[in-house]
Design a protein around this ligand. Structure first.
Ligand code: HPA
Ligand code: MG
Length: 220
C-alpha cells in the first residue's frame, strides 16, 4: 500500500457486526444500551499512534497548532497529541504542539440538523501563518468540516490539515476533506470514546453500536 492510501483509513465493511460485548469490559450501566463493540479501545490507540507518525512526517519542522473540535474530539485529540509528544521524545525532531478548542453543534438524537453553530470559538487570529491540524472525531457529509475549514482559512494559516478518527460512508461522503483517517466506517450511528448520543456514552472506552433500547432510553 502506498502512503496516501494508508492515510485514508482502515476500511470497516458494511457487514461487520462488531465483537460480542462478552469479550470486553465496559461500564455495567450501559449493558442493555449497546449492541456490540465496534472498534475496541486498544485498536483505536494503535491506529492513533500510526496517524501521529504520518503527521510528524508531513509537518516537518513546523510546530503544530492543534484545533480540537469539541466535544466528540477530546479523547482522540488528547491521545493523538500524546503520541506526537512521545514520538518526538524518541526521535531528534520534537514538534511543539499547542491545543485550542472549538465547539460545534449539529446533531440532535442521531440526526444531523441543518445548521452549524460554532458555539465556543474565540478569536482565531493566532492561527495566522501557522501550521494547523484540525482534530475531529467523525466526518460524514463533511458539511460541518467544510464550514469550519472556510472559517479557519479566513485567518490565513500557513497550512491546514484535518485528522478524523472516523469517516462515515454516506452518500456524497467528503473523503478528500480528511487528510488523516483512522477508520472508514459504514453509515451507522456509533458511540463511545467521547462520541455521544444526546451526551450519553462519552464515558465508554470502545467505539460501540448503540442498541434499540439505548436509543429509546436516551432519546430527547
Ligand atoms: N455518533 C456520534 N456522533 C455523531 C455520529 C455518530 O455516529 N455521526 C455524527 N456525529
Ligand atoms: Mg454529538
Amino acid at each position: 500500500m502506498d502512503n496516501s492510501q494508508m492515510k485514508r483509513g482502515i476500511v470497516i465493511k458494511d457487514d461487520w457486526p462488531g465483537y460480542s460485548l462478552d469479550l470486553f469490559t465496559y461500564p455495567e450501566h450501559y449493558h442493555e444500551d449497546i449492541e456490540s463493540v465496534y472498534i475496541p479501545h486498544g485498536v483505536i490507540m494503535n491506529r492513533t499512534e500510526r496517524l501521529a507518525r504520518y503527521i510528524m512526517d508531513d509537518f516537518g519542522d513546523s510546530n503544530i497548532m492543534v484545533l480540537c473540535v469539541l466535544k466528540g474530539g477530546y479523547k482522540f485529540c488528547a491521545d493523538l497529541v500524546e503520541f506526537i509528544k512521545v514520538l518526538g521524545c524518541n526521535s531528534s525532531r520534537y514538534l511543539e504542539t499547542r491545543v485550542e478548542f472549538i465547539r460545534l453543534k449539529s446533531y440532535l438524537n442521531d440526526q444531523s440538523t441543518e445548521d452549524l453553530h460554532i458555539v465556543g470559538s474565540r478569536d482565531l487570529s493566532f492561527l495566522r501563518g501557522k501550521s494547523v491540524l484540525i482534530v475531529e472525531a467523525i466526518v460524514d457529509t463533511g458539511k460541518t468540516m467544510k464550514a469550519l475549514l472556510q472559517h479557519v482559512e479566513t485567518f490565513e494559516p500557513k497550512m491546514v490539515k484535518v485528522a478524523g478518527l472516523l469517516v462515515k460512508r454516506v452518500p456524497n461522503m467528503a473523503e478528500s476533506l480528511t487528510d488523516y483517517v483512522g477508520f472508514e466506517i459504514p453509515n451507522r450511528f456509533v458511540v463511545g470514546y467521547a462520541l455521544d448520543y444526546n451526551e450519553y456514552f462519552r464515558d465508554l472506552n470502545h467505539i460501540c453500536v448503540i442498541s434499540k433500547t439505548g436509543k429509546m432510553k436516551y432519546k430527547v
